[in-house]
Each structure stands twice: as structure tokens, then as C-alpha cells.
Design a protein. Structure first.
Length: 241
């Protein structure tokens, strides 16, 4: 049995958008305490780990389900039809996931399940040297600045502050962000800008993004959408010595 409902359909849409920004399809792990997903993007340089607890749902009946394989790109398009203050109910019906939107009236869609056998990826175990907490809206603006300069950018955390650098053929960018920091030792690494943009895009502008940094190691990015927790890992580009 799988019958779950959220009071605001747009909440679930925002959660799915945070996933689909990196992967097109994947497997939801359904357990008594909530729903999770962990998957690599097709290029194998980024990972998304997602968990939404049972308390986020106004109805949660999930006996004997286990896994649900979905095309998140398709699911996102149907969820984009959510209207203000509509409730969303999701029900498994044979080999399809039913979506029922209810507000002033009721609408329903059914999307096919996918047979995806790959198990969840393991999260990297990294002893990070610096933790940076920055306003999401500010971080997104920094990324927009960087797109004017390069396809890659450097994230650097030192005792002097949190810096973002980008160097291009016709311009350079150096920006210091207002951030809450815990720096055990300086950390600096270069990352593809498009992936950072994909990762940060779904985070509400008034929320906080947490970055965990270590020199030339994957960055760990964390933020929340309501009670849902998103964690991402993005591999660095190692600069030539």
C-alpha cells in the first residue's frame, strides 16, 4: 500500500525540482519514517541525497512498498500543474503512480513506474576542513555573476572570509560573501559552475545553504525545503600543478 498526501502540492513540486535539476530518473526508497533517494547524475560527478520525513505528510500509508522507480523529469512536469493551495495525494495503482490534485475541484494523472534495479549510492566520507553557511539568495547572485566570466569557479574558505573567484579570457571575478564560517584550515577547490547552479536552484532564496569544503575534494552542499533535507556532493576539477 502507498497512499501519501501533502497539504500543499507545491511543496512536493519543489522537492522534486531539487532532484530533477541533477537526475532524470531514480528510485524513491519508501520506509516507515519517510521517503528518500540517493543517486548520481548521468555524468557521475554529482550526487543528490534526499530525505523527506513522515511528518511532512498529512496522510502516510506505506506498508510493503520498498522502492518506486520514477522518471522525475516527467513527474516534475505534472507537478508544475499544481495550483495555489491545492492538496496532492499520491497512490500506487499497479504499475503506475496516481497523482490527485484537489482544491476547488479534483484532477488526476497517472504516470508509469520504471523498473530501475540500481541500488542507492554510498555517500562519500570526507573529513572537511571548513563549513560555510550563506544565504541562498546571495549565493545564487554570486553564481550569476560568475556566469559572466567562466564556466568554472573557485570556492575558498579562510579565516579572512568566504571567497568566490572566476577567471575568463576577457574578465575576472573576485567576490567575498557574507557568511557564517567554521574554518579548521583553509580550503580551496574549483567546480563546474553549471552544476552548482543546478544544485542551488531549488533552494528558497530566504533559506540558508551550507557548504562543506576541503582542498581539491568534493564539496558537500546542504539545504532544506520545509522538513525535506537535500544533500549534494560535487566533484572538483583538479588544477594542474
Amino acid at each position: 500500500m502507498f497512499e501519501v498526501s501533502v497539504e500543499d502540492a507545491k511543496f512536493w513540486k519543489n522537492c522534486v525540482d531539487a532532484i530533477v535539476n541533477l537526475i532524470d530518473e531514480g528510485v524513491l526508497e519508501v520506509k516507515a519514517d519517510g521517503i528518500s533517494l540517493r543517486a548520481m547524475d548521468p555524468s557521475q560527478i554529482a550526487m543528490v541525497s534526499f530525505f523527506v520525513p513522515k511528518k511532512s505528510f498529512v496522510e502516510y500509508k506505506v506498508e510493503g512498498v520498498g522502492k518506486i522507480g520514477l522518471n522525475f523529469d516527467s513527474l516534475s512536469k505534472f507537478l508544475a500543474r499544481a495550483r495555489e493551495k491545492e492538496k496532492l495525494k499520491m497512490v500506487l495503482e499497479e504499475n503506475k503512480l496516481g497523482l490527485e490534485f484537489s482544491g476547488e475541484g479534483k484532477r488526476s494523472f497517472k504516470i508509469p513506474l520504471l523498473d530501475l534495479s540500481a541500488g542507492p549510492q554510498k555517500e562519500p566520507k570526507i573529513d572537511y576542513d571548513a563549513t560555510v553557511k550563506v544565504n541562498a539568495g546571495q549565493f545564487k547572485e554570486i553564481l550569476r555573476d560568475a556566469t559572466l566570466v567562466s564556466s568554472h569557479l573557485v570556492l575558498e574558505a579562510t579565516e579572512a572570509g568566504f571567497f568566490v573567484d572566476a577567471k575568463g579570457d576577457s574578465a575576472d571575478l573576485n567576490e567575498k560573501a557574507t557568511a557564517e564560517m567554521d574554518v579548521k584550515k583553509p580550503a580551496r577547490a574549483t567546480f563546474p559552475l553549471q552544476f552548482l547552479d543546478d544544485i542551488a536552484r531549488a533552494c528558497p532564496n530566504d533559506s540558508q545553504i551550507t557548504l562543506h569544503l576541503k582542498t581539491n575534494a568534493p564539496v558537500k552542499v546542504e539545504y532544506s525545503i520545509g522538513d525535506a533535507v537535500l544533500t549534494y556532493y560535487l566533484a572538483p576539477r583538479i588544477e594542474a600543478a
